[in-house]
Ligand binder design. Structure first.
Ligand SMILES: Nc1ncnc2c1ncn2[C@@H]1O[C@H](COP(=O)(O)OP(=O)(O)O)[C@@H](O)[C@H]1O
Ligand SMILES: [Mg+2]
Length: 250
């Protein structure tokens, strides 16, 4: 689903990514961990086409995104990728329902269809009763779930989340994490989650350890059971030397 080949990125003289190769299969939930400044956000932004690499290639599905024009890229991103950030970034003037509808309206979905999708998603998130509330009337956990619904409204193939539970208490954190797995199981989405949270990382199919702009190891606590039958399970990580249940290979 996502294939990165030798991704490099510098800001001025600072080389932030030093050649990243990564393959993520459809339906996989992958976490990316590493110290602050390791390049996690930069990598996620490049994966999500919000930023461009200096070198290397990014394939999402069958599309080489580095070949798309800015205009096609924006459309591609809107259709295929959903983002969840540490801080929900909901628009304060709009209700939960409207916040979820907006990306669909931008993508050209009709108003009633957008409303229906948003209502359904908020229901799925356990937020049916909160649909007409504005962000200031919602708790932190609720806001973050609205943000997840917003990320899903255009039915993206891939959800990229940058420290999505970073601002949540432990109960809301657990709930948000459970939600990611439920979404994968019920909708088949692929998730890449940058996190500081060891507990969340340990529950994902695979953890990529990033340090100083390089992948320094992969932990694979569980065998992936993600992709339904008939889907391509041959997309293994590059680093296939490691047995499936092995721990960090620094
Ligand atoms: N737009 C930018 N301009 C200059 N430096 C940046 C920019 N974005 C990130 N950096 C630097 O790149 C390094 C990696 O940043 P980042 O990808 O945010 O790391 P992480 O998310 O792992 O903490 C840091 O040293 C950061 O200061
Ligand atoms: Mg970051």
């Amino acid at each position: 689903m996502i294939h990165l080949r030798h991704i490099t990125k510098s800001f001025g003289t600072l080389q932030v990514l030093k050649g990243i190769d990564l393959d993520i299969a459809k339906g996989e939930i992958v976490s990316i961990v590493g110290p602050s400044g390791a390049g996690k956000t930069t990598l996620l932004q490049i994966m999500g086409t919000l930023d461009t690499a200096d070198g290397g290639s990014v394939m999402i599905g069958d599309t080489d995104v580095s070949r798309l024009s800015q205009r096609s890229l924006a459309r591609f991103r809107g259709q295929h990728i959903g983002f969840v950030f540490q801080f929900h970034q909901l628009l304060p003037e709009f209700t939960a329902l409207e916040n979820v509808m907006i990306p669909a309206l931008i993508a050209g979905v009709g108003r009633s269809e957008a409303r229906q999708r948003a209502t359904e998603l908020l229901g799925f998130m356990g937020l049916a009763e909160r649909a007409t509330h504005k962000p200031s009337q919602l708790s932190g956990g609720e806001k973050q779930r609205v943000a997840v619904a917003r990320a899903l409204v255009n039915r993206p193939d891939v959800i990229l989340a940058d420290e999505p539970s970073g601002s949540l208490d432990s109960a809301n954190k657990a709930e948000l994490h459970a939600l990611f797995f439920r979404l994968r199981d019920e909708m088949g989405q692929t998730f890449v989650i940058v996190t500081h949270d060891e507990q969340l990382a340990a529950t994902t199919d695979r953890t990529i350890h990033l340090k100083d702009g390089r992948v320094i190891g992969t932990t694979e606590p569980h065998m992936t059971t993600a992709a339904p039958e008939g889907q391509d399970m041959t997309e293994e990580p590059l680093d296939t030397d490691a047995p499936a249940s092995q721990s960090l290979t620094i």
